[in-house]
Design a protein around this ligand. Structure first.
Ligand code: GDG
Length: 734
C-alpha cells in the first residue's frame, strides 16, 4: 500500500504537468499544421498551373472548347483539384471544369471551404487570361483532428509509461528500504549494517545499532535480574522507559464496587484473579482504569465524567466507569464471554454456547469500551493495557482510532488448540481483533504456541516463530508469555500463624489439633471442586482413622450465578458435600466445610495461614493465583500445596504436590501425603516456592510487559523516523 501511496504523490503531479503542457501545445500545433497544409496546397496549385500552361496556350488560341473541357476534367480527376477555370483579361469566365462551384467566379472570391489560386497565361509576352484553380481545404481540418488525437495518444502513453516506471521504481525502492530496515532491526545484521544499508540509511545505522544493543542488553538484564521487583521499581520503569506516558487499563470487572447497603454505601472488592493482579500495578502507575460500573451505588459515586478516584481510603488512580444496559450485560458478559469464550478456552467438558444476539452485544460493548479509551486518551499514543477475553475485538477498534497507541493485551485464561478454537463461528473476527495489539501476552509458552498455530490456521498472516511475531495487514503483533503473579505482602503487620490457626478452629468449632485443608475459588466448573470433594471422600474411605480429625474448608465465592451451568454446579457441590458429610461425618467434625459466600481479604488471609494444606485442583486454569497467595501468606514456611498439573502455576511451583485432578485416587494419596508430611520437608518445599513467588511477583509481570512495550514503542518510533526519511528520499528522487 505504502509504495502506491508514494507513487500517487508522483503520478498526480505528473498527470497535471502533462495535461497543462498538452493544453498549451495543442492550439499552437493546430495553427502550425494548418499553415503547413495551406502552403502545401498552394505549391501544388502552382505546379499544376505550370503543367497546364503550355497545352492551354495552344487550345485557347485555337478556341478548342472540347479539348479544354477534356483537359480540365482529366486534370481535376487526376490532381484531386476541386475545379479549374480560365478567365480572359476582362474577367469573363471562358472555360471551366465540370461541377464548377456556382459561387466561384473570376474575382478571386471563394466559398470558405475552398482555397483559390490564380496563375496568368502568357503567349509571347501577351497575357491571354488567367488560370483559376480551386482546392478543397476541408481535409485540412480532418487531418489536424487526426494529428491532435495522435498527439494526445502519445501524451497518454508517455504518462502511462512514466507512471508505471515510477510506481515500479517506488515499489522496488520501498521493498529494498523495508528489507534493509528489517535487517537493521535484527541484531545480527546491524553488525554489518553500515555495509549493507542503502545510502539513505547510513546516517542512522550507528544510532540504530547503539539503540538496539542497549535495548537487548537491558531486556536480558531485567529478565534475569535477581533483584526484587517492587512498586517503586515499576514506578521508575514507567518514568524512565515510558517517559510518564499515560497508562489506560480496560477490564470488564472493576476493582472497587460501590453497593447500597442498609447502613449506607459500602465498597466491595470483587473475587477476581485479574483484579488481584492488575490493582497493585495501577496503584504504582496512577493511570486510568476503565471498567463496567456494576455496583448498585456506582452511579451515585462518580463525577460528571463517570470517574471516581480509588482506592477510596488512599486515592492513587482514576476509575472510569462504563454503563451497560441489562440486556447488553446479559449478551456480552454472561452470553458470549462466559457461555461462549470461557468454556471454549477451558478444557473442562462444558460445551460452549454461541448465539448471534450475544455476539452482537459483544461487538457493541467492545466498541463502547474502545470509545471510552479514545475519549480518555490525552495523546495519540497512550499505553493501553487490555485485560482478558471480554475484549477480544477492542484492540483493533482502538488501533483504528489511535494508530500510534501501544496496545498491550493480557489473556488471563488458557488459549486452546486450533481445532477447539475453530468451532467458534466468529473465530476470524476475534483473531483479527486480537491482532490489533502491539503485544499479546499469555501465561505460558504453550498458550502462545496454541495462539500462533490458531492464527496460522485461520488467517492469512506471516508468522515469525523464532521472533514470536505475527504480521497482519502491515502491522506486527508480538506474542509472549508473561506468567502472572501476586503482590508480595507488605512485611508490616504480619498475622501470627498460631493465632490464626486457633481463631479459625474456634470459629469452626473444631478441636485445636484438627487438621485443615483449604480450597478458595470462585464457584466455577473449571476449578475442580467436585473432584476435590471426591478426593476427600476417597481419602476417608482409605484412611477412616482421619474421619473426625480432618476437614476440607471450601470457600466458594458465588460467580456468574445467573447461568444455568453455574446453578447446577452449585447444586451439585452442595449435594456432594452433604453426601460426604453424611457418610463420613458420624464422629466429630464434618469432613467438608462448605462456605458458598464471599470472604473479605483479611478473612481469606487468616484462612491461608490457618490451613495445613491448600488444595488447587483446577481441571484447566490459566495460572491460578490462589496457589501463589497461599505460599505468600506462609511466612512460617509451613503448609503443603496440592496443585493440579493443568494450571499455569504448576509450571513454576515444582515443589508443590502436583496431581492430575481427574485421577481421584491420586488426589486422595496426595492429600494423605500432605497431611503426614514432616515439617522439615514442608519447610524445604515452602522456602523454595516462597523465594520464587517473591521474585516473580506481579510487579515483574507488569514490568516485563511494559519493558517490552517500551522497546516496541521505541522501535515503532524509529521505524516512523526511517519511513519519513525514506519518503523524503523518494520525494527528492522523483
Ligand atoms: C483468571 C484465570 C488467572 C476467590 N474467592 C474470594 C476471593 N478470591 C480471589 C482469590 C484470587 C482470585 O479471586 C481468583 O484467582 P484465580 O487465579 O484462581 O482465578 P480466576 O478468577 O478464574 O482468574 C486464572 C487469573 O485470571 C489471573 O490472570 O490466574 O487462571 O482463570 O485472588 O483470592 N477474594 C475474596 N473473597 C473471596 O471469597 N476477597
Amino acid at each position: 500500500m505504502r509504495p502506491f501511496q508514494l507513487s500517487l504523490r508522483f503520478i498526480v503531479p505528473l498527470a497535471l504537468v502533462l495535461a497543462a503542457f498538452a493544453l498549451m501545445l495543442l492550439p499552437l500545433v493546430d495553427d502550425l499544421a494548418k499553415r503547413w497544409f495551406l502552403r502545401d496546397l498552394d505549391a501544388r496549385s502552382q505546379m499544376m498551373a505550370a503543367a497546364l500552361r503550355e497545352p492551354m496556350v495552344d487550345l485557347v488560341t485555337l478556341q478548342d472548347n472540347e479539348s479544354i473541357q477534356t483537359l480540365f476534367d482529366r486534370s481535376v480527376q487526376e490532381a484531386h483539384v476541386r475545379a479549374i477555370a480560365f478567365c480572359d483579361m476582362s474577367g469573363r469566365l471562358l472555360y471551366h471544369s465540370s461541377g464548377f462551384p456556382p459561387g466561384l467566379g473570376c474575382q478571386g472570391r471563394a466559398p470558405g471551404e475552398l482555397q483559390v489560386s490564380e496563375s496568368p497565361l502568357d503567349q509571347d509576352g501577351i497575357t491571354l487570361g488567367k488560370l483559376v484553380l480551386a482546392q478543397d481545404t476541408r481535409f485540412i481540418a480532418r487531418r489536424i483532428d487526426e494529428f491532435r488525437n495522435t498527439l494526445i495518444a502519445v501524451f497518454l502513453m508517455m504518462f502511462i509509461a512514466i507512471s508505471a516506471l515510477g510506481t515500479w521504481m517506488a515499489h522496488s525502492s520501498w521493498q529494498g528500504w523495508v528489507q534493509s530496515l528489517k535487517s537493521l532491526m535484527r541484531r545480527e545484521s546491524v553488525a554489518q549494517g553500515a555495509v549493507s544499508a542503502p545510502p539513505e540509511f547510513r546516517p542512522l545505522v550507528g544510532d540504530l545499532r547503539a539503540m538496539l544493543h542497549e535495548m537487548n542488553l537491558e531486556r536480558r538484564t531485567q529478565q534475569n535480574s535477581p533483584q526484587a521487583w517492587t512498586p517503586d521499581k515499576l514506578r521508575s520503569l514507567l518514568h524512565d522507559e515510558l517517559a510518564g506516558d499515560q497508562v489506560l487499563v480496560v477490564s470488564n470487572r472493576e476493582p472497587y464496587i460501590h453497593e447500597q447497603g442498609e447502613q449506607g454505601i459500602v465498597v466491595r472488592r470483587p473475587a477476581s484473579g485479574l483484579v488481584t493482579a492488575v490493582e497493585p500495578v495501577m496503584r504504582a502507575c496512577s493511570g486510568t482504569w476503565i471498567a463496567h460500573g456494576s455496583g448498585s451505588a456506582d452511579r451515585v459515586t462518580v463525577d460528571a465524567n463517570d470517574r471516581v478516584q480509588v482506592p477510596p481510603k488512599r486515592p492513587a488512580y482514576t476509575l472510569r466507569r462504563v454503563w451497560l444496559a441489562d440486556e447488553e450485560e446479559q449478551g456480552y458478559y454472561y452470553g458470549f464471554a462466559n457461555e461462549g469464550l470461557w468454556p471454549l478456552c477451558h478444557m473442562a467438558h462444558v460445551r460452549p454456547v454461541f448465539r448471534t444476539s450475544d455476539w452482537e452485544h459483544y461487538v457493541t460493548v467492545n466498541q463502547r469500551f474502545a470509545d471510552a479509551v479514545v475519549a480518555e486518551a490525552r495523546s495519540d499514543d497512550p499505553v493501553v493495557l487490555v485485560q482478558d477475553y471480554h475484549f477480544a475485538l477492542l484492540p483493533r477498534m482502538v488501533r483504528d482510532k489511535l494508530p500510534k497507541a501501544t496496545i498491550i493485551m493480557f489473556w488471563h485464561i488458557p488459549w486452546p488448540n486450533p481445532e477447539s478454537f475453530g468451532i467458534c463461528p466468529w473465530r476470524e473476527e476475534l483473531l483479527e481483533g486480537l491482532l490489533g495489539n502491539t503485544l499479546l501476552g499469555f501465561h505460558t509458552p504453550f498458550h502462545c504456541k496454541n495462539f500462533l498455530e490458531t492464527v496460522d490456521r485461520y488467517l492469512e498472516t506471516r508468522i515469525e516463530h523464532e521472533a514470536s511475531t505475527i504480521s497482519y495487514g502491515g502491522e506486527l503483533t508480538q506474542v509472549e508469555p508473561y506468567p502472572i503473579s501476586i503482590a508480595w505482602p507488605e512485611p508490616e503487620a504480619p498475622l501470627d500463624v498460631v493465632r490464626c490457626r486457633r481463631e479459625l478452629r474456634d470459629e469452626l468449632k473444631l478441636p485445636a489439633g484438627h487438621q485443615l485443608a483449604l480450597g478458595v475459588d470462585r464457584l466455577d466448573y473449571t476449578k475442580g471442586i467436585v473432584e476435590r470433594f471426591q478426593a476427600v471422600a476417597r481419602l476417608l474411605d482409605t484412611h477412616p482413622e482421619l474421619a473426625g480429625r480432618f476437614s476440607l474448608m471450601q470457600v466458594a465465592a458465588p460467580s456468574r450465578s445467573s447461568l444455568d451451568e453455574y446453578q447446577s454446579l452449585e447444586a451439585r457441590v452442595r449435594k456432594l458435600a452433604l453426601e460426604i458429610n453424611q457418610r463420613h461425618g458420624g464422629r466429630g467434625a464434618p469432613p467438608i466445610l462448605l462456605r458458598i459466600e464471599h470472604f473479605d481479604e483479611d478473612r481469606l488471609a487468616r484462612c491461608y495461614r490457618a490451613a495445613d494444606v491448600c488444595m488447587v485442583t483446577s481441571l484447566h486454569d490459566g495460572m491460578n493465583l490462589v496457589a501463589k497467595e497461599f505460599i505468600a501468606a506462609r511466612d512460617d514456611e509451613l503448609g503443603v500445596l496440592i496443585l493440579s498439573q493443568f494450571t499455569g502455576a504448576a509450571r513454576e511451583l515444582l515443589e508443590a504436590l502436583i496431581i492430575n485432578p481427574y485421577h481421584i485416587e491420586q488426589g486422595a494419596q496426595a492429600l494423605y501425603r500432605a497431611l503426614t508430611m514432616p515439617e522439615a520437608e514442608q519447610r524445604e518445599r515452602m522456602r523454595s516456592m516462597r523465594s520464587l513467588v517473591r521474585d516473580f511477583n506481579v510487579y515483574r509481570w507488569a514490568g516485563l510487559m511494559l519493558l517490552d512495550a517500551a522497546r516496541l514503542r521505541r522501535r515503532q518510533r524509529v521505524t516512523e523516523k526511517i519511513s519519513s526519511h525514506s519518503r523524503q528520499g523518494l520525494r527528492r528522487a522523483s
